[in-house]
Design a protein around this ligand. Sequence first.
Ligand SMILES: *Cc1c(COP(=O)(O)O)cnc(C)c1O
Length: 475
Amino acid sequence: MKTLFERSVSGRRCSILPACDVPACAPEQTREKQLRLPELSETDISRHYTELAKQTFGVNDGFYPLGSCTMKYNPKINETAAGLPGFTDVHPTQDDAQGSMELLAEAEKKLCEITGMDAMTFQPAAGAHGELTGLMLIKRYHELHGNTERNVIIVPDSAHGTNPASSAMCGFKVVNIPSAPDGCVDLEKLKEACGSDTAGLMLTNPNTLGIFDKNIKEITRIVHDAGGLCYYDGANLNAVMGIVRPGDMGFDCIHLNLHKSFSTPHGGGGPGSGPVGCKSFLEPYLPDAKIVCENGKYAWQARGEESIGAMRSFHGNFLVVVKAFTYLTMLGREGVPEVARNAVLNANYLKHLLEGTYETATEGTCMHEFVLTLESLKKENGVSAMDIAKALQDCGIHPPTMYFPLNVHEALMVEPTETESKETLDNAAKAFLDVYAKALEDPEYMHHTPYNSPISRPDEVTAARHPVLRCQIDD
Ligand SMILES: *Cc1c(COP(=O)(O)O)cnc(C)c1O
């Protein structure tokens, strides 16, 4: 499609700006060269953006089973609440914004209750940013306890890629441990990896295979006995929220992805929110500042010298917290566990419909997501997980997460979420099965899917290594 600059016609205008009613600026303040702007009518602009919108795919367009990302429907009331002028017009340096401060304090209370933590910061802007924050708490703890030799973070091979990346960024060495054949942490390997250099463990439970680790309390005990701390990657909280609490599983700190589990929009680069919760012994190290309430009045209080310092300006993406708070308030105490139960039910229902045709990476019931392996199809027919994922696009379905987790070959990771109906899941299952049948019948057809999308098979390596993010215009 054409860019706005290519659509531009010299002299064309849309008359939405009133005539200038203030003195024009002095000549020395004006640009030497005319700024190049596209010249368009309102119709041109409106059609341009509608065309762009049609080329994207979001939760409002259709089924979006992107594993690990929890692409649930975001209730519109969240947007209404976040659009209230009392929230949008407040400035972060206004330290008397009692309503906004109360909301942050209440959101902290609710999320601490759900996670089993004692305190929380809303500064981090995303999950990975929260990981860095949590790891810095762990690092600070060891520094202040004279544990200078503790510089290793243990990460299972099923971990999200951000876990080892955040650990390395925080200055830790990363030790990977392989999973046991059942997809859980291999306790013997964990014991071998633990030692006097262990700073901590990073784990998500349920893990990226959609399995709740049956030994979870044993795992955190082994790490604690070795003198390490336990970090919970909360991205998969949708499976367990309101039912079990990471704090009770033995974890010391956690990040949440409000833009996953708590129904704030994501994709397209943000804004997100990755609050970090911790047990009280880590609280002094949290970023500034803390909200306190005395005689019904809220105030900010500096955390003092032990704090790791600011992770971001002011209080993070405040309006994202407003959306998540609205979501939690609408759900109420009974609604939160119901989300988790339905997320797990939906995943198992879809898994059940696909089993027998598709091979799953693990047996038995899953939590909120499951992983398919196309390894034998690839070997026998040459049709890859990529081909299947691309073919699903022609059925109006966003592809599942591909080639992740890394310990499963030709993986497709499917997370339907609780907000999809039985009809949607039935239709999705039919599409998955049709695509599989097509793969057996005509592998060549599959290599060129999708046929109906604006872009078919981009060169992903070049796109990642040499991104062209702006259109090149000659002046
Ligand atoms: C999404 C995700 C992350 C990273 O969160 P971002 O908000 O994308 O930075 C970390 N771990 C897991 C398991 C995830 O699914």
